[in-house]
Ligand binder design. Structure first.
Ligand code: AMP
Length: 452
């Protein structure tokens, strides 16, 4: 079963050419998943679907394909997963026909008790098409003994645990759901004609001209249908655990997330980092693109000028896409190129948003020195990643996380930098607040344990 998936979801209710809007929304969410994409739409009780491996444009960017997705309701998904086992049946939205009709489901997050539930369902005779934990939700809804859909849905959602931001489509209605911990984002927006849009991040609303209304609350189910919008809160209230890594790396900087703009948060991490770990240097160089706002914050606070000593090739995907370490090493070279004119004879502070395995930093230090930098100082705008994520961010196993087994000085040595410093956890909390977030990748304290 897939343990680590991160994804983008988007859905729309009551808009002509709904699939076209969802397609555009998925474009804005492309950074959340580049492995596969799919849209399912609904008209007159019929579901139309198009899914495939590749970028949103490659899979869906054809007028005929979009035109074939009929109806005024649609749900879409893009996915990035790291584990082998990539059969087409794992591509979302997953659809099924069951006792109450048709259902399509798009999921961002990871269930921590999926193994357990699946094992039980299989023992009871269930047949699974995919290895994705999302299919479990459909099974649970289908086998619930309640007669109406909402009761069945709540029944199913109370069995699953972990991270789930879901958009579910039925023939004539759309549901947006966030788990009670509130791990992953999901927001609601509105188009001029009143059509309701749900998306992982508000940047999807900007692209299609929708207005951000609000985030779906942790544990909330929002339903939109011919009767309008209704909201249900069937779960016991628990402490919110929004994923802080969304702010650090994952979300797009132009998204407005959990009452803060992501860009502003990143810039502020750079400012705090500068006050915690200043260094005598000539230029601040961001690792593009994820390190740019933090580098700007670092530069503003230290008054060391910002300069672009690393140029990014935008046409290669995110570093982690390549599966093996050897290819990943190559990946960093493919992705960045140093700008010699900027770097020659300079003392450089290089800023990245996070340091995970340590591969990127090591490569970059070498690259900067080869390009003429006199000194290279690494500053990381988040605390050391010491523990893997079980809630939907792709972090590698604990063994691969360099900070789980190495001191800061050992990491510096490995990176070959002249100095290295991270933002402290306290510093990060100064930026986002100390309550309401999941910091488990930085602390190893998990709000819910993974169940084997
Ligand atoms: P590493 O080489 O493993 O230390 O990776 C650090 C780089 O990967 C940084 O430049 C981050 O921007 C980026 N990064 C951090 N987390 C992730 C993630 N979950 N998926 C892909 N890239 C990431």
């Amino acid at each position: 079963m897939k343990l680590k998936e991160y994804c983008g979801v988007c859905g729309i209710y009551n808009k002509e050419e709904a699939a076209n809007y969802v397609y555009l929304g998925l474009h804005a969410l492309q950074h959340r998943g580049q492995e596969s994409a799919g849209i399912v739409s609904s008209e007159d009780g019929i579901f139309y679907e198009q899914k495939g491996f590749g970028l949103v444009h490659d899979v869906l960017g054809d007028e005929k394909i979009i035109a074939s997705l009929k109806g005024k309701i649609a749900v879409g998904h893009n996915r990035y997963s790291t584990y082998g086992d990539d059969s087409t049946s794992n591509i979302q939205p997953i659809t099924a026909q069951y006792g109450l009709g048709k259902i399509a489901i798009a999921h961002n997050g990871n269930l921590i008790n999926a193994y357990k539930i699946k094992k039980k369902l299989v023992e009871e005779g269930a047949i699974f098409n995919s290895s994705s934990d999302t299919e479990i939700i459909i099974h649970l809804i289908a086998k619930s003994r309640f007669s109406n859909f909402m009761d069945r849905l709540v029944d199913a959602l109370k069995i699953i645990k972990g991270a789930f931001s879901l958009i579910i489509m039925r023939e004539n209605e759309l549901y947006a759901i966030r788990d009670p911990w509130g791990f992953r984002p999901l927001s609601m927006g509105k188009l001029n004609n009143g059509a309701i849009v749900f998306a992982s991040e508000s940047c999807a609303f900007d692209l299609i001209g929708a207005k951000f209304i609000r985030d779906i609350k942790p544990g909330e189910i929002v339903v939109v249908n011919k009767d309008g919008i209704s909201s249900y809160n069937p779960f016991e209230q628990i402490d919110e655990h929004r994923c802080v890594f969304e702010y650090i790396y994952f979300a797009r900087p132009d998204s407005y997330l959990w009452d803060k703009d992501v860009y502003g948060v990143r810039k502020r991490t750079g400012e705090i980092l500068a006050s915690e770990s200043p260094v005598d240097a000539d230029i601040v160089v961001p690792v593009p693109d994820s390190g740019v706002p933090a580098a700007l914050g670092y530069s503003n606070t230290t008054h060391i000028p910002l300069d672009f000593g690393l140029i990014r090739n935008h046409y290669v995907g995110r570093t982690f896409i390549e599966p093996s370490q050897s290819i990943r090493n190559l990946g960093v070279k493919l992705k960045f190129n140093p700008e010699k004119g900027v770097l020659k004879d300079k003392r450089v502070v290089v800023i990245d948003d996070s340091l995970v395995r340590g591969t990127t930093s090591r490569r970059i230090v070498k690259m900067l020195r080869n390009a003429g930098a006199k000194e290279v100082h690494i500053r990381i705008a988040s605390p050391p990643v010491v523990s893997p994520c079980f809630y939907g961010i792709d972090t590698p196993t604990k063994k691969e996380l360099i900070a789980s087994s190495h001191t800061q000085e050992e990491i510096r040595k490995y990176s070959t930098a002249d100095s290295l410093a991270y933002l402290s956890l306290e510093g990060l909390k100064k930026v986002v607040g100390d309550k309401g977030y999941c910091f488990s990748c930085f602390t190893g304290d998990y709000p819910i344990a993974f169940e084997k």
